[in-house]
Design a protein around this ligand. Structure first.
Ligand SMILES: Cc1cc2nc3c(=O)[nH]c(=O)nc-3n(C[C@H](O)[C@H](O)[C@H](O)COP(=O)(O)OP(=O)(O)OC[C@H]3O[C@@H](n4cnc5c(N)ncnc54)[C@H](O)[C@@H]3O)c2cc1C
Length: 391
């Protein structure tokens, strides 16, 4: 051991949760560092569709709780950050789309009366005139609405969040054997150093489960929701961001489509009900099902020659009696704080909750020189940003 380092908090996990929390705490004067097992964002964050939404799925379900109404604020909070006026500076963040479209065949409108009347959507939904439909929907015989939810480029998001944090983000997989509880906080045995922190903030996504179990914590409990996303490559694809509601029977869009630049044009990344259903299918079955869903939802597009690949990934979130939590989760657990943002969109909500659980920064943090020296003295390799799974 060649030194002891004292921090207010060590954040474990470099997805949206960890990076958002690090930014907030840094601004408030906390002495902090983050460790990431692999590369920044490689868990759920870079596999997400980047949709910053305000509660579409809750509105589809027709059942709103107070917490689910809180999500309605999230697109506006992200937009403030992107304009440089929010709690985290996201100025210049690459926006893939300023809105999301909802489309369906003509016969599906009647089933969606409660959805269109939803309080969450009030003022945020406009019917789009046919002349303004994107190329990909030109053959659609139904209707198109526009929702003011935005879609962000998650690779750019991770890179921008990481940039001002040089010297505070490290690559290291924390194993519970490295942790010892002290009178106030934790001692972390790193390969070459001992690190002391008042709080351990677990933002490790699915990795929180193992960390909590090894620390002997039987609460909070994590749940996984297995998904199998679809990646579609075809020269016939053009940009499309939105949800297909044709024939939906449950509170989930039949297809959620995001488009991403690819070597030969655009690829589509599909989630929604197709991804939930696909989780229990084998690869061959799923590719056949995905082709059938594409032709049922977008029958005017001939995607017979499309190359289809799939990505199996779990959503990790706090377990809840209703199938899905509807807000971010942060809970104090001794000298740890356990976090699941639930959604990328809810990162601002997560930030509020973590700040509310933090004690004041320790006095050493007001000594700028000592702070700088201590953090930069951590002997671990720096963490770098990962790539989206389709790259
Ligand atoms: C397919 C898919 C699509 C989605 N689309 C959307 C969307 O469009 N909009 C939306 O709002 N939400 C979406 N979500 C949800 C959203 O992506 C997640 O809620 C969010 O990214 C979770 O962030 P996180 O930081 O908690 O976890 P993660 O991004 O999984 O990050 C956790 C990190 O912790 C690291 N880690 C794990 N164990 C350790 C350890 N022991 N030591 C150090 N590091 C560790 C991992 O390597 C990982 O990088 C989607 C999710 C999925 C799976």
């Amino acid at each position: 051991m060649t030194g002891k380092i004292k921090l207010d908090a060590l954040i474990v996990g470099g997805g949206i949760a960890g990076l958002w929390v690090v930014q907030l705490l840094k601004q408030k004067g906390y002495q902090i560092a983050l460790i990431e097992a692999e590369q920044l964002g490689v868990g759920q964050t870079l596999a997400s569709q980047g949709m910053i939404h305000g509660g579409l799925k809750y509105a589809l379900g027709g059942a709103l709780t107070g917490a689910s109404e809180a999500i309605a604020d999230m697109p506006a909070r992200w937009r403030r950050c992107i304009a440089g006026q929010g709690e985290v500076d996201l100025t210049g963040l690459r926006i893939l789309s300023e809105h999301n479209l909802l489309f369906a065949d003509a016969s599906s409108l009647g089933r969606l009366t409660t959805f269109f009347a939803s309080k969450t959507l009030r003022g945020r939904l406009q019917r789009v005139a046919r002349a303004d439909w994107p190329l990909a929907l030109e053959g659609c015989g139904g209707w198109v609405y526009r929702l003011d939810d935005l879609v962000v480029d998650t690779s750019d998001l991770i890179a921008r969040l990481a940039k001002p944090l040089t010297g505070q983000l490290y690559q290291h997989q924390l194993s519970p054997e490295q942790l010892t509880a002290c009178s106030s906080g934790w001692r972390v045995n790193l390969p070459e150093q001992e690190l002391f922190c008042d709080r351990l903030i677990l933002c490790a996504g699915a990795g929180n489960e193992q960390l909590l179990a090894c620390l002997g914590q039987d609460a909070p409990v994590m749940q996984r929701r297995p998904l199998r996303q679809v990646i579609v490559r075809s020269s016939k694809l053009s940009p499309l961001y939105g949800h297909c509601l044709t024939g939906i029977q449950q509170a989930e869009p039949r297809l959620t489509i995001s488009a991403h630049p690819d070597a030969d044009g655009w690829l589509w990344y599909l989630g929604g009900q197709i991804a939930s259903r696909g989780a229990s299918m084998n690869d061959n079955e799923f590719v056949i099902y995905a082709r059938a869903e594409l032709s049922a939802c977008l029958p005017w597009l001939d995607l017979g020659d499309a190359e289809i690949t799939t990505l199996a990934i779990d959503r990790a979130e706090v377990a809840c009696a209703e199938r899905r939590p509807d807000a971010a989760f942060a809970s104090r657990c001794g000298d740890s704080i356990v976090c699941w943002p639930t959604k990328l969109s809810l990162a601002p909500d997560l930030g509020d909750r973590v700040l509310a659980l933090m004690p004041e920064p320790s006095s050493s943090c007001h000594d700028d020189v000592a702070t700088d020296v201590a953090i930069k003295a951590i002997k671990l390799p720096g963490a770098i940003a990962g790539e989206a799974p389709w790259s």
